[in-house]
Design a binder for this molecule. Structure first.
Ligand SMILES: [Fe+2]
Length: 389
């Protein structure tokens, strides 16, 4: 538990049905004269989708813009270099990201290149940025990584296949938009994967060494909301109430981990994501029950509490037995939303585990994990995730 902390989140966070209509006015209030829109081709091509609705609001407010729509999943260094060029070629002065974590991270990475130098790999780590990014607003379309709220920018070096994180208060967007109506048509698989990311992002800060009472409250409510609504949004994506609850869960978890940090699930998931170009939420979900079972011995009472928060009946159980129920609940959630159990499903190979374990321990998310692991232990966790059936 941390007693002294600086609590970070965007200064303004628009939430609810239809809030996307406010983005044009907000861009004007921020004196954005020509934002670069950072997004992907799928969202740009959607009829009346998130990009179309954002552009309509900017048009109405008389704000011009340029567009970069080349963001790939697990955004690569080539994406942010291209986006930087579009920004410079068009005389842009600000950035608006539209999408899930990939768009937001690509937008932050573009901003980093523009004001902190061309070698972003040298800036991996915590609080490495010397200069402010251009003004940045984030329109979120998945629940989700919560990158629209956070100081984390995760980029993949396509040459080394290393996924690295630049963690800095300078990455926090000025304004976030979370409009659940933009999420209704997110496909089932993506809803499940991103929803599991939200689940993990509420669990890891709850057992983090950097947690505090504020973040505990956010984690508890986020976990309850996920338990309440994730299965439903996967089954019925057009349930607006359940989508809204998942957006609330995502924002709460994002606020929590932005300040209490994450742990080995994310540190290891980044290695799988970078090495095999696999979806972040799926990587996190497959590792969750295995890593948290390993973590129990560092704080069994916290895991016993998690079991209760997840709705398990812990009456009369020892702390250790109650803690095991939390792992069972995590496994159940993964199964219910059809996440594969083994990392074989994304093409993982045991010969890569040693290097991935080494890099996981250096990842910016590793330091707050409640149990301190050795490289051999991390290799064993990857192996367990490989052997899982
Ligand atoms: Fe995540």
């Amino acid at each position: 538990m941390k007693e002294n902390f600086d609590f970070l989140m965007p200064s303004v966070n628009f939430f609810g049905k239809g809030v996307i209509k406010k983005i044009g006015d907000r861009a004007k209030m921020l004196n954005m004269s020509k934002p670069l829109i950072v997004t992907d081709k799928f969202l740009r091509g959607m009829d009346n989708g998130p990009v179309a609705q954002t552009l309509a609001s900017l048009d109405e407010a008389g704000v011009s813009y340029a567009i970069y729509d080349g963001v790939e999943p697990n955004p690569k260094i080539r994406n942010i270099k291209e986006a930087k060029q579009v920004y410079l070629d068009n005389g842009c002065d600000s950035i608006i990201t539209i999408g899930g974590g990939s768009s937001h991270d690509a937008g932050k990475g573009t901003g980093i290149l523009l004001t902190n130098g061309d070698d972003i790999t040298a800036l991996a780590g915590i609080e490495t940025l010397e200069n402010p990014l251009p003004p940045l607003m984030a329109v979120n379309t998945t629940a989700g990584t919560a990158s629209e709220l956070t100081r984390h920018c995760v980029i993949t070096n396509e040459e080394t296949k290393l996924k690295f994180v630049v963690v800095s208060w300078r990455n926090v967007p000025l304004v976030s938009f979370n409009d659940p109506m933009l999420e209704l048509d997110v496909p089932k698989g993506l809803t499940a994967a991103t929803g599991m990311d939200t689940f993990v992002q509420a669990i890891e800060p709850y057992v983090s060494t950097n947690r505090n009472e504020l973040t505990d409250g956010q984690c508890i409510q986020a976990i309850r909301l996920v338990e309440d609504s994730l299965r439903e949004v996967v089954a019925n994506g057009h349930n607006v109430e359940a989508r809204t609850k998942m957006v609330e869960a995502e924002m709460l978890g994002g606020m929590a981990f932005n300040n209490a940090d994450l742990g080995y699930v994310h540190a290891m998931a980044h290695q799988l994501g970078g090495q095999y170009d696999a979806p972040h939420g799926v990587c996190c979900a497959m590792l969750l029950p295995i890593v948290e079972k390993y973590n129990i011995q560092a704080c069994p009472e916290r895991f016993a509490e998690l079991a209760e928060i997840m709705g398990e009946n812990t009456d009369g159980l020892s702390t250790r037995d109650a803690a095991d129920l939390a792992i069972k609940a995590m496994r159940q959630m993964c199964d219910d939303v059809n996440i594969p159990r083994s990392i074989k499903s994304i093409g993982a190979k045991p010969e890569d585990f040693e290097l991935m374990a080494e890099n996981a321990l250096k990842d910016g998310n590793a330091f707050s994990n409640p149990r301190k692991g050795t490289k051999e232990e991390i290799v064993a966790l990857f192996q367990e995730a490989y052997d899982a059936e």
